[in-house]
Design a protein around this ligand. Structure first.
Ligand SMILES: NC(=O)c1ccc[n+]([C@@H]2O[C@H](COP(=O)([O-])OP(=O)(O)OC[C@H]3O[C@@H](n4cnc5c(N)ncnc54)[C@H](OP(=O)(O)O)[C@@H]3O)[C@@H](O)[C@H]2O)c1
Length: 241
């Protein structure tokens, strides 16, 4: 995607990024901070979030905040606490990037491990629903709020819970985009990153040469576009490559 964002595109915005400790989420968090946003770094592994925090400060980005949360076990109360903390600390939320996900395993549906299915659905779908539900009251209060999902296109054989979860996310994104298309809309879209060199990709394609893939930084124009005021799309899947 060819998009050049102004340096102050996200100035004074508060943006929550899930899965901010690694891969695409890490690149998005750093890119948003560089473009003026205060980023809430949410993820499972505190050490990774601290590393991203340090890198943002070293690159003179806006000081972020760290919010460790394992989406697998998080309850509605945990999401209510998250919303209260953001309201108390920042008073607002302008953007939410749903990016954290788990691959699980390649498997035919007939033999899919049941516990693994529940786990993937909890992290990839239910967490996005619960988090959006808890944070919407904050998002609708601001002007020009954004919700961005990271989707995939894996509805072929053996993509199991992961492929199903991403199809569900596309549905959630479209329903939200329609519901929030009001006078003061929250713009809701997805980004399809295409193949990108990350841990998740290596797990899904272990035989692939990673050197043939784009890096997370290469696809950041789409992440800036979808989160910033230049994007007037609603309910669409934006192709990052
Ligand atoms: N890479 C690709 O080619 C590709 C293609 C299409 C779509 N995507 C999508 O891009 C998004 C980012 O994935 P990625 O490729 O950047 O993979 P990644 O580097 O493995 O990043 C996944 C992130 O999700 C976090 N996460 C996983 N389980 C979690 C949990 N239970 N609680 C909280 N955080 C959790 C991970 O945290 P930890 O590091 O702490 O485990 C990590 O930060 C995903 O939605 C994926 O489906 C990727």
């Amino acid at each position: 995607m060819q998009y050049v964002a102004p340096a102050d595109l996200l100035k004074d915005k508060i943006i929550l990024v899930t899965g901010a400790g690694d891969g695409i989420g890490k690149a998005a968090a750093k890119t948003y901070a560089k473009h003026g946003a205060t980023v809430v770094l949410l993820g499972r592994t505190t050490q990774k979030l601290e590393n991203v925090y340090d890198e943002i400060i070293a690159e003179k980005g806006v000081q972020p905040a760290i919010y460790p949360l394992n989406l697998e076990g998080a309850s509605p109360k945990d999401y209510a606490d998250l919303a209260n903390t953001i309201e108390d600390e920042f008073g607002a939320l302008h953007g939410l990037l749903h990016n954290a996900a788990m691959f699980g395993a390649a498997s035919p549906i007939q033999h899919h491990d049941v516990d693994l299915w529940y786990k993937v659905m909890q992290i990839n779908v239910n967490a996005a629903f619960l988090m959006t539900r808890a944070l919407l009251p904050l998002l609708v209060k601001t002007d020009d709020a954004r919700i961005v999902f990271t989707t995939d296109d894996k509805t072929q054989a053996y993509w199991g819970a992961y492929g199903t979860s991403k199809a569900a996310i596309d549905g959630l994104m479209k329903i939200l985009a329609d519901e929030l298309d009001t006078e003061n809309p929250v713009r809701v879209n997805s980004i399809y990153p295409g193949p990108v060199r990350t841990r998740l990709r290596a797990r899904a394609f272990p035989g692939e040469n990673p050197n043939t893939l784009k890096m997370p930084d290469d696809i950041m124009p789409a992440y800036l576009y979808a989160m910033g005021s230049d994007c007037e799309k609603k309910g669409e899947i934006i192709q990052a490559q």
